[in-house]
Design a protein around this ligand. Structure first.
Ligand SMILES: Cc1cc2nc3c(=O)[nH]c(=O)nc-3n(C[C@H](O)[C@H](O)[C@H](O)COP(=O)(O)OP(=O)(O)OC[C@H]3O[C@@H](n4cnc5c(N)ncnc54)[C@H](O)[C@@H]3O)c2cc1C
Length: 413
């Protein structure tokens, strides 16, 4: 009989872990605290390494039908001047696309796929704690009752209950003083119709990308306005459903209509705007104990820089299944091998994102030419721009040549 693996959390990480474990011959069981999962959140990007993993799980068609294949990425100054432009996805030579997609839509489609493949996803069940022995692990639920399995995976997000076991007394996430206002707006397409734009600098940024092409030719554009605020204000606990008045930040973006992109227009056109503090947590010195481990935001919540949150959770999920399968029944050994594969790179990435990740070029250009430039390469060399972009791809695991050449993580491939 296949080993039962308990998963706390039915977000993107938990569901892809379940799909990967099932494909590898295990019997995953997902417990999600929410009684009726709904498509919450706004847009996310799935980088080609994560798209490769979802493709190998048979989900390529689902992605193509529900996302926009990102064509290019532009870095732009606060004056609307282009600093860096690079192809993305297939256009950049990857064997897999990069996708911009609504986070909630992706979660619902993964839930559908899990159920269609016979994976039990039990909703309204919040894991409150666990106990383990030599034979297995028992998860306890806040609503009462228990479940027993060979392993417990904490895929329960940034406020993970399972993480508390590895980091007792850790407290709230670390906040860097920036607030993100996030929304979607139905608008006319800009540039290629599939372009991702990162504009501004450290203290004031704007990111946007289309996540759906609509039948009338317009696009549903996801956007994020990010500003540093007075740290004395403190921050409210992250809540993806907290709506705010856009008057709090709109005036700061009034001058950001550059003709080819109308930032204040996008902000005005959104139906609802959500607020979220820029938070992460310190990398953990370990995240596995015997039959229990962490995955996704529970393991390594990072700033949403470089489009990595969901992608890294997907990579975790696939490595988890691969390493457990390779361990041939020795669950603690499999989980330890999974941690050895995933903890070092995700810790580096968390710290790199604290240092602005690839967005550092925006800050550099702003620092060196705060009022704009006439000759970009007099401000920053082409080599510096190329190196920054290439190094981040290597660090995050999506260097095109390495990704295209590396072996599959599918069990038995
Ligand atoms: C409601 C919501 C909306 C989001 N919206 C966006 C967005 O718009 N853009 C973006 O970039 N990122 C968003 N994120 C974050 C993004 O989804 C994650 O960074 C990324 O996908 C990693 O996913 P994860 O599965 O590790 O964690 P999460 O996506 O946080 O999923 C964790 C899941 O575990 C469940 N859970 C928590 N505690 C328990 C428990 N004790 N027992 C059982 N279940 C539990 C949660 O309800 C949730 O479904 C959102 C997250 C959530 C929860």
């Amino acid at each position: 009989m296949s080993q039962e693996i308990l998963i706390a959390g039915g977000g993107i990480g938990g569901l892809v872990a379940a799909l990967s474990l099932k494909a590898a011959g295990f019997a995953p069981r997902v417990f999600e605290q929410v009684r009726e999962p709904r498509p919450l959140g706004v847009g996310i990007n799935l980088l080609p390494h994560a798209v490769r993993e979802l493709t190998e799980l048979g989900l390529a068609e689902m992605l193509a039908g529900n996302a926009v294949a990102t064509r290019e990425l532009l870095y732009v100054s606060a004056h609307g001047q282009v600093i860096w432009r690079e192809d993305r996805g297939l256009a950049a030579g990857y064997r897999w696309p990069q996708y911009s997609i609504h986070r909630g839509v992706l979660q619902m489609k993964l839930l559908e796929a899990a159920r269609a493949r016979g994976i039990p996803v039990e909703t309204g069940r919040r894991v409150a704690g666990f106990a383990q022995d030599a034979e297995g692990v028992t998860a306890r639920f806040e609503q009462g009752g228990e479940a027993r399995g060979a392993a417990l995976i904490g895929a329960d997000g940034i406020h993970s209950r399972i993480r508390a076991h590895f980091a007792p007394g850790e407290g709230p996430p670390c906040w860097n003083g920036a607030i993100l206002w996030r929304a979607t707006t139905v608008a006319a397409p800009y540039l290629t119709g599939a372009s991702m734009v990162q504009a501004g600098h450290h203290d004031q940024k704007f990111v946007c990308y289309p996540i759906r092409h609509l039948p009338d030719g317009r696009v549903l554009t996801n956007w994020i306005a990010e500003m540093k605020v007075d740290p004395a204000q403190g921050f409210a606990r992250e809540d993806w459903n907290r709506e705010v008045d856009r008057a709090r930040f709109l005036s700061h973006y009034e001058g950001w209509n550059w003709g080819w992109l109308d930032v204040p227009g996008l902000i005005r056109g959104a139906e609802q705007v959500f607020e979220y503090p820029m938070v992460d947590r310190d990398p953990l010195p370990r995240w596995t104990d015997g039959r229990v481990t962490l995955l996704g935001d529970a393991a390594h919540p990072m700033y949403p820089i470089g489009s990595n949150g969901a992608s890294q959770a997907i990579l975790d999920a696939r490595q988890l299944a691969l390493q457990l399968a390779r361990a041939k029944g020795d669950v603690p050994a499999g989980l330890a091998a999974y941690e050895a594969e995933r903890r070092p790179p995700t810790a580096k990435l968390t710290l790199a994102n604290r240092a602005l990740g690839p967005d550092v070029i925006l800050e550099e250009v702003h620092r060196r030419a705060p009022h704009g430039f006439t000759d970009l390469y007099a401000v920053i060399s082409r080599e510096e721009l190329e190196t920054t972009a290439a190094e981040y791809k290597r660090l995050a695991g999506f260097d095109p040549a390495l990704l295209n050449a590396r072996e599959s993580w599918s069990v038995g491939a």
